[in-house]
Ligand binder design. Structure first.
Ligand code: CP3
Length: 363
């Protein structure tokens, strides 16, 4: 059973995730503990990226940095870690140099033999669970804590490309040349993701998000064949495991970036919330998904470089779009992707203030 933690004082995120009406939209941003914060850069100056992930004291400190700085403005914490801890747990070497780098990527299906046959997440990723429990204690119920993992398709692409890519040539070679082997690997990754998310929830995560950052690189047809089945395997697997162990369910969010052409399919993939990027308007997204799911997003992160006037104007427009003439209901305000390193932290504060103002009922 999860440990007993302090009761939640701010449950806006959880209520919005369940599709409920809230006095204003809860707000957090992807990568909120990151390089745009001087206090993050100060810790990072003395520690390697994955060293921070593996050290609960450091991961917890960094997770809490934006919560302290934006006290009363930020409605969720997200555990500091990375999606690439899953390939590490499966036996691959991953470095951050400064982007992700795999010295030995999977070149051909036979390379899958090099992966661990059995992955015990408690052994490989226990440090993440420890960090989550530590953050929950330190948050003392102030705001909920989000856990996460990468989606199998996005992780598959890193494991085969050996890092970031613009062309997706190697991983798509796998999809089209070795479709069955690809599906088998995607399933294998999904099973580790289920164990990881269940472990995070047991450790104290109150909502979990699956990041499919490269979903938009697939045609709708290939998304349905190569990404969606493993995303469904994760939502179904997490829910049934929690039920069988008598652990209360937590809301689950799917952020399939760029896959707006597949929103209708995402809405029935077993998630409570869909994350949106900025390439679709909320009114259109809501029309497609109906009342099946809550929505999260979706300001273009580069609006934060546009100055206060632009930030206010664009947040107001976003809020009107999500509220659709009514009040905030089933809407979690966020950027449409992660915040970038050059943003002035005070401009982010202003973004939060604008969300509070324009998502409120009377505005
Ligand atoms: C694709 C992906 C990765 N990691 C992640 C994704 C999915 C979301 C997305 O699409 O952005 C997810 C992620 N990465 C990080 C978090 C922490 C939680 C949060 O604050 O959101 C989360 C949720 C920290 C991080 N992960 C990384 C940093 C910066 C690294 C540093 O400190 O040098 C942070 C704060 C490194 C990372 N990690 C990854 C890349 C491509 C990079 C390098 C590019 C970059 O620097 O932005 C893989």
């Amino acid at each position: 059973m999860p440990e007993a933690f302090a009761p939640l004082k701010n449950d806006l995120l959880i209520r919005a995730a369940k599709g409920e009406e809230t006095a204003r939209a809860p707000v957090w941003v992807m990568r909120q503990a990151g390089r745009y914060l001087p206090e993050f850069r100060a810790v990072r100056a003395n520690h390697e990226f994955f060293e921070i992930c593996r050290t609960p004291e450091l991961a917890s400190e960094i997770t809490l940095q934006p919560i302290r700085r934006y006290k009363g403005l930020l409605d969720a914490a997200i555990i500091f870690s990375d999606i690439l801890v899953v390939p590490q747990a499966m036996g691959m070497d991953v470095q951050m140099t400064p982007g992700p780098y795999f010295p030995e990527p999977l070149n051909v299906p036979a390379d899958v033999e090099k992966l661990k046959k059995v992955v015990d997440v408690n052994v490989e990723l226990g440090y993440m669970f420890e960090a989550i429990t530590k953050v929950r204690k330190e948050l003392n119920g102030e705001v909920p804590l989000i856990g996460f993992c990468g989606a199998p398709w996005t992780l598959f692409s890193y494991m085969i490309e050996g890092g970031g890519t613009k062309t997706f040539q190697k991983c798509k070679t796998w999809l089209f040349k070795y479709p069955e082997e690809s599906k088998a690997l995607l399933t294998r990754i999904a099973d580790v993701c289920v164990d990881l998310l269940v472990g995070q929830i047991k450790a104290g995560a109150q909502l979990v998000q699956v990041f499919d950052s490269w979903a938009g690189e697939l045609s709708p047809h290939d998304f349905a064949i190569f990404s969606l089945p493993s995303l469904k395997r994760i939502s179904a697997g997490v829910r049934s495991r929690l039920a069988s162990e008598n652990i209360p369910a937590v809301p689950m969010t799917l952020f399939a970036k760029g896959a707006n052409q597949s929103l209708a399919a995402q809405a029935v993939a077993g998630y409570d919330v869909l994350g949106l990027d900025w390439c679709i308007d909320a009114v259109e997204a809501r029309r497609i998904v109906g009342d099946k799911v809550a929505l999260q997003g979706n300001l273009d992160p580069n609006v934060l470089y546009g100055g206060r006037e632009a930030i206010e104007r664009e947040v107001k427009r976003m809020a009107e779009s999500f509220k659709m003439g009514g009040s905030a209901k089933g809407w979690i305000a966020n950027l449409g992707h992660g915040i970038t390193p050059g943003v002035d932290p005070e401009d982010l504060r202003f973004f939060f203030e604008c969300v509070h103002k324009y998502s409120a009922k009377a505005v």
